[in-house]
Each structure stands twice: as structure tokens, then as C-alpha cells.
Design a protein around this ligand. Structure first.
Ligand SMILES: *Cc1c(COP(=O)(O)O)cnc(C)c1O
Length: 352
């Protein structure tokens, strides 16, 4: 009988919250559909796509749209089938068997997953009790443990907190490790390193179309870094990693700058609304819950009764994300009615 090896024997396929819920605030997606005119334009553009041909392996038009949007040279950009794929490729490319990588926990779970699959040694650096990153502690660990690759999200999913550019700069400058800076949520904040990535040869920045741009379904992400790093990723990734339809549609959306900016402003308004509402509840139930100050499109609610509240919301057909190890819920900003439903059920929960 064929036996799976020890590495994969106990793995389970990734499963987002299963089931049909009326309100989905569990995956940090944009709650906004694309404006109809943009979606129509993007679909129309796909008529050009020759489905009998392989897609452009370098996704040049898509990368050009991204590069123009963020003001970076196209030579410094590579596209991935979601930034998720790029994380996997980065672990496969920049680490050799036996090398050490570091994560700063709590952070995005996929880092540890791909690190685990790469069979490299993992060093875990804990965030402080307020879930802030202690840069000195990170640097000390990287330098003492011979860390070859450090990966973290900024702003951070799941904490919603961010490290300022000055702090990131200090980190990148003071280690010889490759620093993989996942800026999946940076479109909601203003501390991006994209404007100065050229100053560092050990910095890779990840971006995604899945959050602020509302294109989670297309699976499009990018990495930005020195030409040397980007060429290495291009050499390791599978040749036709981003399909032609996604390349075509994401290009149209990235070129619709005005609509994208408007959508981001709306998402930020919704985030502020969610933050204010939860802050008010935290003031009303001070022993029961507290919130973190978000610079992302989601808000974190800490409560000793997180598991119970999670199930209570699910029963009300509201899906949020439960982090047992943090005793917290991560709630994605939604439409006004959805945010209001969350406030209503949380009020009821703590009143009883
Ligand atoms: C959502 C998310 C991503 C995006 O992944 P895609 O594969 O591009 O959809 C990457 N990093 C973090 C921290 C995220 O939360």
C-alpha cells in the first residue's frame, strides 16, 4: 500500500469557513463588486484573448499596468497566481535545505505553511503582548540564529497593526537576511516601502489584487524587488502561472485608477465605521472586549469569550474569523448594513 510521507500525511486541504452565510466578513475581501462599467470593460477585453494559446509567461501588459500604478520600473516586477503562489515560490527559491527562516507571530498562516513544506528550519519570533513587532528583538534573532529569510505582513493580518516605514527601514538595513515584506493591506495605509525598494538588495515586497482592488477571484499578486531577486523568481515560477483571462481583466482594473481609488476610499469609510462601532461597544462592555486600532480593512476584537461569540455570530449567519490562539475575532469591514448587524448581535451577546 502506498504510504504518504511524514511531511504530508496529516495535512488537511485549506478550507475557508464552510457553509452559506448571509454576511461574509471572514476573508478580508473587498465587499464592493467592481463597478459595472469596469467589469463590462474587463470582460469585453477578454474577447482579445486567444484561448488556444498559452498566456504571456511574463504577464508584461499586466505588470506594466501595475508598475505604472505604483510608479516602479517594470523590470522590478513579477506577477503571481495570487501573492500566495509567490510566497511559495520565494520559499522554494531563496532557501536551501537546512536554511533557517523566521516569522513573527501571530502573522499570516501561509508563511508557516510554505515554510513547513520547504523543510527548512523555522524560528518563531513572538510579538509583544500588544501584538506589536519589537524590531530589536527581530534583529537580534535574525543575527543570532543565522536567519536567511524573514517574512512578515505589514500592515499585519491578523492583527491589523502596522510598522512604520522608519522601523521597516531599520529592520531591512540591519540584517543580511532576505526580508519579504507582504504589503497585502498597504493600500489602506501609507507606510509602503515601494517608493524606496531600490535602496535595498535584500528586500522583496509582495502586493495583491485580492484586497483593496476587489479581485480575489482572479488570483493576481505581485512581487517587487531588485532585478536580481525578480529574475530569480521568474526563473523558478512555473512558466504560465497567471492565466490569460486574469492577466487581461486585472490589467483593465489596474488601469482604472480613479475607480480603484474611489473603491479604496469607500472601504476605508467602512473600516472607520466598523472601528468606531466596535470601539463604542468596547467602551460599553469594558471588561468583556477590546479592539485594536486598525490600519487595514478589518478590525480585531479581543475578548475572553471569542469562541463563544464566533459561534453566536455564525448562528446569526454572520461569518467572521476566529483566532483561538489570540482569543480574538477578525472582522472584515462590510457594507453599512452588515457592520450594523455585527454591532447589533455583539450588543445582544454581551447584554445577556
Ligand atoms: C489576503 C492576503 C494575501 C493575498 O493573497 P493572494 O494569494 O494574493 O490572494 C497575502 N498576504 C496576506 C497577509 C493576506 O492577508
Amino acid at each position: 500500500m502506498y504510504e504518504l510521507n511524514a511531511k504530508i500525511r496529516d495535512l488537511e486541504p485549506y478550507e475557508p469557513i464552510a457553509g452559506d452565510y448571509k454576511i461574509r466578513l471572514d476573508a478580508n475581501e473587498s465587499f464592493l463588486r467592481l463597478p459595472e462599467s469596469i467589469q463590462a470593460g474587463a470582460l469585453h477585453a477578454t474577447f482579445r484573448v486567444e484561448l488556444n494559446r498559452y498566456p504571456d509567461p511574463a504577464a508584461v501588459s499586466l505588470c506594466r499596468a501595475f508598475a505604472k500604478n505604483y510608479g516602479v520600473p517594470i523590470e522590478n516586477v513579477v506577477a503571481g497566481n495570487g501573492s500566495d503562489e509567490l510566497i511559495s515560490v520565494i520559499f522554494q527559491s531563496f532557501l536551501m535545505k537546512g536554511d533557517t527562516y523566521a516569522t513573527i507571530m501571530p502573522d499570516f498562516s501561509m508563511y508557516n505553511f510554505y515554510g513547513y513544506i520547504s523543510e527548512c528550519r523555522r524560528v518563531v519570533i513572538e510579538k509583544d503582548k500588544n501584538w506589536r513587532i519589537d524590531v530589536d528583538k527581530v534583529l537580534e534573532t535574525c543575527n543570532n540564529e543565522g536567519v536567511k529569510l524573514l517574512i512578515f505582513s505589514n500592515p499585519c493580518n491578523p492583527t491589523s497593526l502596522g510598522l512604520t516605514r522608519a522601523e521597516v527601514r531599520r529592520l531591512v538595513c540591519s540584517t543580511s537576511a532576505l526580508v519579504v515584506l507582504d504589503e497585502a493591506y498597504m493600500d489602506f495605509w501609507e507606510e509602503s516601502m515601494l517608493g524606496e525598494f531600490q535602496n535595498y538588495d535584500n528586500l522583496l515586497i509582495l502586493k495583491t489584487c485580492s484586497k483593496a482592488f476587489g479581485l480575489a477571484a482572479l488570483r493576481v499578486g505581485f512581487a517587487v524587488g531588485s532585478e536580481k531577486l525578480i529574475r530569480a523568481i521568474k526563473a523558478v515560477k512555473s512558466p504560465y502561472n497567471v492565466n490569460a483571462i486574469s492577466q487581461c481583466m486585472a490589467e483593465v482594473v489596474l488601469n482604472s485608477r480613479g475607480e480603484c481609488d474611489a473603491a479604496i476610499r469607500r472601504l476605508l469609510l467602512s473600516r472607520d465605521e466598523l472601528q468606531r462601532g466596535l470601539d463604542r461597544l468596547a467602551a460599553r462592555f469594558p471588561e468583556q472586549m477590546e479592539t485594536l486600532p486598525s490600519v487595514t480593512n478589518f478590525v480585531v476584537l479581543k475578548t475572553p469569550r471569542a469562541g463563544e461569540l464566533f459561534r453566536y455570530l455564525l448562528d446569526a449567519s454572520i461569518a467572521v474569523r476566529y483566532f483561538e490562539n489570540m482569543s480574538a475575532l477578525r472582522i472584515t469591514a462590510g457594507a453599512t448594513g452588515d457592520n450594523a448587524a455585527v454591532f447589533g448581535y455583539i450588543t445582544r451577546f454581551f447584554e445577556n
